[in-house]
Design a protein around this ligand. Structure first.
Ligand SMILES: [Zn+2]
Length: 353
């Protein structure tokens, strides 16, 4: 079992309402950094100062928000709740899921639809639409109205499980990235070696609704190097061609060449590859045609920075059974820690001169 990762995926934090998860990360990060603060958007920013020889500033970002919903409307008569989404969903993954409505108190609920028995043939054929779904908390309308109001956040239930060589849960995107960031920091702290980079570790908000927190945090920090830690697709599953796999389970840390929000700085890509080779850390290359990461915002903030994403391969992204392989998680921690501690990363500012 992995107690910290379990705690991280279990703490609620729908985009825009990250207060609970921020509290937990704050406790974990505090002993590992010199300073810790929260900016106005809610990004949690740790600062670990360099040794005597100061190198470039480096910002590492992992988003702490998770996909979820907000209450839109409560049916006064029957108590059913309609919702809007925060983040991208495949509606078919939502049918018959359990949820928690974070109203005046936490309320268990389920996402309901019309039973198959009373569907017309036409309805059976048509894919389910988000607008058809509703939440049932098993209470009458009046009681529901007392406890739940528009704007209350809602999270999906998906218990943390060890599955074979993997960990599986809701919100693995991107609590596993936060976990990698904390554990890499812990490794750096334990090494007792002074690093040259001026290091900022940021648990960002509102990534799932458009990289919003990272943009504001990067404006404040103005790093020269930006590294996002996030999940990438592992489509090494039945029915997908080899050329569409993107990444594979158990093959190591995924060094991102490009995704839907950024083309990584090519010199940083080379630098990360060289670091992995030097320290014998397993790695694979990652090209994600769609979907973005915080590095996309970091690259474009102010006058820009050299940015890259280091990804953790994940199956079943944006569902309640997001899965990661233990070996890949370890490789990501080792790679990020090695990059921070690397002597040459201190004097290394990638440019395209
Ligand atoms: Zn993510």
């Amino acid at each position: 079992m992995n107690d910290l990762l379990k705690k991280l995926v279990e703490a609620p934090g729908v985009s825009g309402r990250e207060e609970m998860i921020r509290k937990l990360i704050s406790q974990e990060m505090k002993p590992l950094v010199d300073e810790l603060k929260v900016d106005v958007m809610g990004n949690l920013i740790g600062h670990r100062k360099p040794g005597k020889a100061k190198g470039p500033s480096m910002m590492i970002a992992a988003h702490m928000d998770q996909i979820g919903f907000y209450v839109r409307h409560v049916d006064e008569k029957k108590g059913f709740i309609r919702f809007v989404t925060a983040g991208g969903f495949d509606p078919k993954t939502l049918v018959a899921q359990r949820v928690v409505v974070h109203g005046k108190k936490d309320l268990n609920g389920v996402i309901g639809t019309k039973p198959v028995h009373i569907m017309t043939d036409e309805e059976k054929r048509r894919p389910v639409k988000l607008e058809q779904l509703y939440i049932d908390i098993g209470l009458p309308g009046k009681k529901t109205k007392e406890l739940v109001a528009p704007g209350d956040p809602i999270t999906l239930v998906g218990d943390f499980r060890e599955v074979g060589d993997c960990w599986c849960s809701r919100a693995m995107d991107d609590r596993v990235g936060v976990y990698v960031m904390i554990e890499a920091l812990r490794k750096v702290a334990a090494s007792r070696k002074a690093h040259r980079v001026d290091l900022y570790t940021v648990a960002t908000v509102q990534e799932e609704v458009g990289l919003r927190g990272a943009l504001a945090a990067t404006f404040g920090i103005e790093p020269q190097i930006g590294i996002a830690l996030d999940v990438t697709l592992a489509c090494d599953v039945p029915g997908v061609g080899e050329h569409e796999e993107i990444s594979r389970f158990g093959k190591g840390a995924a060094i991102s060449i490009l995704n839907g929000s950024l083309i990584s700085n090519p010199l940083l890509v080379e630098k990360f590859k060289a670091t992995a080779v030097k320290h014998k850390i397993p790695f694979q290359m990652d090209i994600l045609p769609r979907g973005g990461t915080d590095a996309g915002a970091m690259q474009r903030a102010k006058t820009g920075c050299a940015a890259i994403t280091i990804s953790i391969p994940s199956r079943y992204i944006h569902s309640t059974v997001e899965m990661v392989h233990k070996k890949d998680v370890k490789a990501c921690i080792d790679l990020v820690a090695a990059f921070i501690l690397d002597e040459s990363s201190g004097s290394y500012i990638p440019s395209l001169k």
